[in-house]
Design a protein around this ligand. Structure first.
Ligand SMILES: [Zn+2]
Ligand SMILES: [Zn+2]
Length: 356
């Protein structure tokens, strides 16, 4: 079957690889219908950081690995001990594999297991291919109104849901979101699903600003407006209860978020930062503000997102701004996003049979 694999920085190829086969009695086979292209995929494409010969403990395979960790598909084969999904079910694959036995996993925090690995990054196949085989515990059956395309958004939304659920929110509390890529917009959607009324968003790019507005947020372009002054004016000088950093841009904007938190407020880091950044810890301390990171999701976050979509509290459909074929995943998908499509796109899906 065809699969996109990264061999070296900027060297991604559509390779022919053996189709995966059921290996354990609780495995299921999934024909991929759609897989989202994520900032992490771009990072892997640009840096190829997994050294040749390295075996991640979660998968025990050497690279090159198939890309694509945000995926949905249709179940085509079910092992004899795989209870739950049946052939023909639309499912989202939960790509995070945790060890299940370390102290962190035993506390229930499988999202931050130190041994965790991701299908589509560290091995196990990936969504930028035709099929994957995964243990049944890694799939979540998708009800109406999910489609073969929107199922691929559950992974991103679960990351957002975990971050939003990591703080106590009052629906009347104003909340700031920095960045309106898929994670920032997903956080806005999850905040709305939690009943938060007053969402402020700082974002570049007309398409992303427009999307945030369509989700009911007040939006500012930080290149045109002073963020600190805007938040203070908009919140009648009270500040925000929470700021979610979904941009990952080191520099002034991180410290500005600490500044605009109300006393006791929370800065939640959801984005991946690749460089250190300075913040004024004195102002954090004096006003009893909190700083914490939120990474990935647990199985319960997948279930919560699926339930919210099924209940009509969360509609992620408009996050998908284009669908490319597996053959075009490298040129139109990865290279396209590098060439500035980030300003005009939110989520690009690699789609196969998404219309069915
Ligand atoms: Zn991702
Ligand atoms: Zn663990």
């Amino acid at each position: 079957m065809k699969a996109v694999r990264v061999h070296a920085p900027y060297d991604a190829r559509l390779d022919d690889v053996p189709a995966p086969q059921l290996a354990a009695p609780d495995d299921v086979k999934v024909r991929v219908t759609a897989a989202g292209i994520c900032g992490t995929d771009l990072w892997l494409y640009e840096h190829a950081p997994v050294p040749a010969g390295y075996r991640h403990p979660a998968f025990g395979e050497t690279g090159p690995h198939v890309l694509g960790h945000e995926l949905a598909g249709v179940v085509t084969e079910v092992g004899p001990a795989a209870a739950g999904p049946t052939i023909g079910d639309l499912v989202a694959v939960r790509p995070l594999v945790a060890c299940g036995t370390c102290a962190t996993c035993r506390r229930g925090d499988t999202n931050i297991c130190e041994q965790r690995g991701f299908l589509g990054i560290h091995g196990g196949g990936g969504g930028f291919s035709e099929q994957v085989v995964v243990p049944v515990a890694q799939v979540h059956v998708l009800p109406e109104p999910f489609t073969p395309a929107t199922g691929a958004l559950v992974e991103t939304l679960a990351t957002c849901w975990h971050a939003v659920a990591s703080v106590q929110l009052d629906p009347d509390d104003p909340v700031l979101v920095i960045g309106a890529g898929p994670i920032g917009l997903g956080v806005v959607l999850c905040l709305r699903a939690h009943g938060v009324r007053d969402v402020l968003v700082s974002a570049h790019g007309e398409a992303r600003q427009q999307a945030a507005r369509s989700f009911g947020a007040q939006v500012v372009d930080p290149r045109e407006t002073d963020l600190v002054r805007w938040v203070r004016t908009t919140t009648s000088r009270a500040g925000v209860a929470v700021s979610f950093d979904c941009a990952g841009a080191p520099g002034r904007v991180v410290d500005e978020q600490v500044k605009v938190l109300r006393p006791g407020g929370h800065l939640v880091v959801v984005a991946e930062f690749h460089e250190p950044t300075a913040i004024d810890l004195a102002s954090l301390m004096r006003a009893g503000k909190h700083l914490h990171g939120s990474s990935a999701y647990t199985p319960a976050d997948f279930d919560a997102v699926i339930a919210a979509v099924a209940a009509g509290d969360l509609d992620p459909t408009s996050l998908v701004t284009s669908v490319v074929t597996l053959e075009d995943a490298i040129s139109a998908g990865l290279d396209g996003l590098r060439d500035g499509a980030r300003e005009t796109q939110v989520k690009i899906l690699v789609g196969q049979g998404t219309a069915s």
